[in-house]
Design a binder for this molecule. Structure first.
Ligand SMILES: [Zn+2]
Length: 95
């Protein structure tokens, strides 16, 4: 009988996207910075919120679902897909 070395599954969990990737001010590998979370849900992705991203290269602002933010490329200068429409910023009591 041969014993196999047990590999704990913790390693897989470490590479999963974390909530920290959509914190405002975070910039992904393609130079897309999270500006803010929009108060709106994504139509084709139940449970996901839209985040507003800004390209460091050209300043273009567009929306994207939270789970896609970390891999997003700019649709204007980096060949990314067109972004989601950006909802107008909603005024708050403290704005
Ligand atoms: Zn750009």
């Amino acid at each position: 009988m041969q014993l196999r070395r047990y590999i704990p599954p913790a390693r897989a969990a470490r590479s999963a996207p974390r909530a920290a990737t959509v914190e405002p001010g975070t910039t992904n590998h393609h130079g897309q910075t999270v500006v803010r979370k929009a108060a709106r849900a994504v139509n084709d992705l139940p449970g996901q919120s839209v985040y507003v991203l800004r390209c460091k290269g050209c300043g273009h602002e567009y929306g994207e679902a939270g789970i896609r933010v970390h891999q997003r490329k700019c649709p204007v200068c980096d060949g990314g897909k067109p972004g989601l429409p950006v909802p107008a910023e909603e005024p708050t009591l403290f704005g």
